[in-house]
Design a protein around this ligand. Structure first.
Ligand code: NAI
Ligand code: MG
Length: 350
């Protein structure tokens, strides 16, 4: 009996279906010949679905997705500013809802500058770090409201929620990851100003540090971290930080490592209570959708994170190695989305 992995696939909108087709192709190639079968269910979710049905993410959708072992997502969202999507609430009602309901408390975003990739830094050095962003707390929980809206006396609150439980579990994940890598953990926060939340993060990291004696612990204020990400990104191994800072830092990290076409991510529930979700960092790119010019590399690298999560690190490594080889051979000549996927899949068959 082969191992069966129930995989929920959410291609989404815009270039989502184009890049997910290539990710599936590579996933199949990487696992061909193994005693494993992916039982895939495709879910139609996103702006297109909303325009057709008025629904964003129903309870039935959520329950069906939760019954899977893992999720592969392309990108969701329509043309920014499209008035028909005013009430679609794709970011909060779909993406964040999945992350919160499925308790994706680790948002994992590796950043590596692959040989041959042009980046904006003149002297980038070796860049290879992972941001572990807390995914279920902070200012993104929706704990707020506004009154006197639209008047000169409007009041708006967006309260950041930080729990010792929530911080400790993500901090421990980050320490364990650092232990498997170059054994360096950098906490990023703003403890000098956000004294309550920052102070708790710092104390929890310091307390956990004694259990991971091999891991060197460092601390940076978030503003200083943005400087070092540009001037000396090589100093980072694992960064652990809150939801908001992590969101911002990972966009910067993506930029210094050659851009949005390469950045992969995992929304992980390490306990396995709910399926984890793997997706490229980029959005649905409506400006280039349907033209077969999107770079599927970020979606393909997301399948490597998926394979690793499924306990198949060897296959994950084969995917990243194939991607690395493909990137090294890029000479600037145009290839379609499918041609890039085919080339990487072919390397895996060799
Ligand atoms: P975007 O990431 O979709 O596009 C930004 C720019 O990068 C565009 O010029 C686009 O053509 C380019 N780009 C993105 N991915 C690319 C790829 N794989 N290959 C080549 N070029 C690529 O961000 P934008 O324009 O802010 O948002 C577009 C839509 O996507 C919006 O509806 C937004 O809400 C949604 N979005 C969804 C995300 C998700 O599903 N996780 C994340 C970010 C945005
Ligand atoms: Mg973002």
């Amino acid at each position: 009996m082969p191992r069966v992995v129930k995989l929920a696939v959410i291609p989404g909108d815009g270039i989502g279906p184009e890049v997910i087709a290539e990710a599936e192709k590579v996933l199949d190639a990487a696992t061909a010949g193994l005693d494993i079968r992916f039982d895939k269910t495709h879910f139609s979710l996103g702006a297109t679905r909303f325009l057709e049905t008025g629904e964003t993410l129903t309870d039935a959708d959520l329950a069906a997705i939760a019954g899977h072992d893992a999720i592969l997502l392309g990108a969701v969202g329509g043309v920014p500013g499209d008035p028909r999507l005013k009430d679609a609430n794709i970011e909060r009602g779909l993406l964040l809802k999945l992350r919160f309901e499925l308790d994706h408390y680790v948002n994992l975003r590796p950043s590596k500058l692959y040989p041959g990739v042009p980046g904006p830094l003149a002297e980038p050095g070796d860049i290879d770090f992972v941001v572990v962003r807390e995914g279920t707390e902070g200012p993104y929980v929706g704990n707020g409201g506004s009154i006197r809206r639209g008047t000169p006396h409007e009041v708006a609150n967006e309260t950041s929620v930080n729990t010792a439980y929530g911080i400790e579990r993500v901090v421990r994940y980050a320490f364990a990851l650092a232990e498997k890598r170059r054994k360096k953990l950098t906490l990023v926060h703003k403890t000098n100003v956000l004294v309550h939340a920052g102070g708790m993060w710092k104390r929890i990291v310091d307390a956990a540090a004694s259990e991971y004696p091999d891991v060197a612990v460092d601390y940076l204020h978030v503003d200083a971290a943005t400087i070092f990400l540009v001037t000396n990104p090589g100093r980072f191994d694992v960064i652990v930080t809150d939801n908001l800072f992590g969101d911002i830092l990972t966009d910067l990290a993506g930029a210094v490592t050659g851009g949005i076409g390469l950045a992969a991510s995992g929304n992980i529930n390490p306990d396995g209570t709910f399926p984890s979700m793997f997706e490229p960092v980029h959005g649905s790119a409506p400006d280039i959708a349907g033209q077969q010019i999107a770079d599927p590399t970020a979606a393909i690298l997301s399948t490597a994170l998926l394979l690793d999560h499924l306990g198949l690190p060897g296959e994950a490594h084969r995917v990243t190695t194939a991607v690395e080889a493909d990137i090294a051979g890029r000479d600037g000549s145009a290839r379609t989305t499918a041609e890039i996927g085919d080339a990487i899949a072919t390397r895996l068959q060799a």
